[in-house]
Design a protein around this ligand. Structure first.
Ligand SMILES: [Zn+2]
Length: 418
């Protein structure tokens, strides 16, 4: 049978074939590796995955990629990013080195609030140009699906401006870009003393307008002691649900105020950060099927040690995903490869678990697992070719880009050839 493309002779083909549900426990350590593997691709979809000799017997193609001595795996799914901003905040990175905390910086007018000022002032085109460059770098590091959040506008007009930038990225870039509304990222300065009024605007103006314009699939919130309380979060998330948004949360990043428990209660698809989550929080999430998305790059960049308890979560059968949290403040990291290194070193995840968390479980965290996240028949041909002898080399060779070729829907969208 004639196909559009064959990728053949992969030393290790990490298919991640397995359960259709989010992978939990020992399933996370299973990559379903085919040695000397091949993939046949037709119309952007995977139509066969097998040993190279079997594929080459059944299929032929004028276009073939020889992956001898290389690793072939699914594209990374980065389910938590903030790539739309007007100005980077490297000055805060240096302030942190000199001893200022994230909360200190935020309360002195830096942090998210400074990003808000610049995003409000920026034009749509300025924001788009910066975001386009950000996402191209993310793609060059092997990510083929991202979630992208608003949340640096915090007014109806500027949040819509950000979401329209995300919409344009989704139209113009070859990868899947999943939009999330994060109007509850902070309280804007003008409502610092009148938080109730900002929540009213969020619920009565922003959510209905964004739902009407169909600009976001998810509604997210920053539930933390210094921003949105559990009660305020419940109120906003339940309103968002009524408008048809699916939910995700920034929960228990710094203090265990009950964010994970709330994620379980409101049926969030994913709760993210979770550095301070209690055992009860882990159990509540497991019971309601919330995915734990861990963001070790942020803890690393903040110079903290409060990494999420990935080992306990995996032991308790909570599905774990990994994401970059790429943003201009607390984590300017666009590489899932580096996140995998941190997950292994700082959270003691095995290399296989970290790869599962960065591909198929990330896809589940975006409800995209039927389309991407593993190399299985019928899925999009979202594939990476890595110039390395074994998948175990991926976190070991850190600080470098190990991805040689990025394919999305069967098309080469990026090549890093030395
Ligand atoms: Zn975030």
């Amino acid at each position: 049978m004639k196909v559009d493309l064959i990728i053949k002779n992969a030393k290790e083909l990490l298919s991640l074939k397995g359960s259709a549900k989010p992978r939990v426990g020992s399933e996370m350590d299973e990559l379903s590796i085919i040695e000397n593997g091949a993939i046949a691709i037709l119309n952007g979809k995977i139509i066969a995955v097998d040993f190279a000799e079997n594929i080459l017997q059944k299929y032929n193609s004028a276009k073939q990629i020889d992956a001898s001595n290389k690793v072939v795996m699914p594209g990374f799914v980065d389910s938590h990013t903030h790539p739309i901003f007007a100005k980077t905040r490297e000055n805060e990175f240096e302030m942190r080195i000199k001893g200022k905390s994230y909360v200190d910086i935020s309360q002195s007018g830096g942090g998210i609030r400074s990003s808000i000022k610049f995003v409000r002032e920026a034009t749509f085109d300025q924001l788009y140009e910066i975001a386009l460059k950000n996402v191209k770098k993310i793609i060059s590091n092997g990510t083929t699906t991202i979630e992208a959040k608003s949340g640096y506008g915090l007014s109806t007009e500027s949040e819509i401006k950000m979401l329209k930038v995300i919409q344009k990225l989704s139209t113009n870039l070859p990868i899947d870009v999943i939009p999330t509304f994060l109007g509850a990222h902070e309280f804007p300065t003008e409502f610092k003393e009148n938080r109730i009024e900002y929540i009213r605007i969020l619920k009565e103006e922003m959510l209905p307008k964004i739902a009407e314009l169909n600009l976001a699939k998810y509604c997210d919130i920053f539930t933390e002691a210094h921003v949105y309380t559990v009660e305020q979060s419940r109120d906003i998330l339940q309103t968002a649900k009524k408008f048809g948004f699916k939910l995700r949360m920034h929960a228990d990043e710094i203090e265990p105020i009950g964010g994970a428990e709330l994620a379980a209660e409101v049926g969030a698809i994913s709760a993210d950060h979770l550095g301070a989550t209690s055992n009860d929080g882990i159990e509540a999430m497991r019971k309601s099927g919330v995915i734990a998305t861990l963001l070790p790059g942020t803890i690393f960049s903040l110079g903290m040690q409060s990494y999420a308890r990935a080992r306990d979560m995996i032991a308790k059968n909570l599905p774990v995903a990994l994401a970059t949290d790429f943003n201009p403040g607390s984590c300017n990291c666009d590489s899932m490869q580096f996140v995998i290194t941190l997950a292994c070193l700082q959270m003691k995840m095995t290399v296989a678990e970290a790869i599962t968390a960065s591909t198929i479980n990330g896809a589940h965290a975006l409800q995209m697992a039927e389309k991407t996240g593993s190399l299985e028949i019928g899925k999009q041909a979202d594939i990476l070719i890595l110039d390395m002898p074994s998948y175990r080399y991926l976190p070991y060779h850190f600080g470098s880009n190990n991805v040689e070729t990025v394919l999305k829907n069967g098309q080469i969208i990026w090549e890093n050839k030395i």
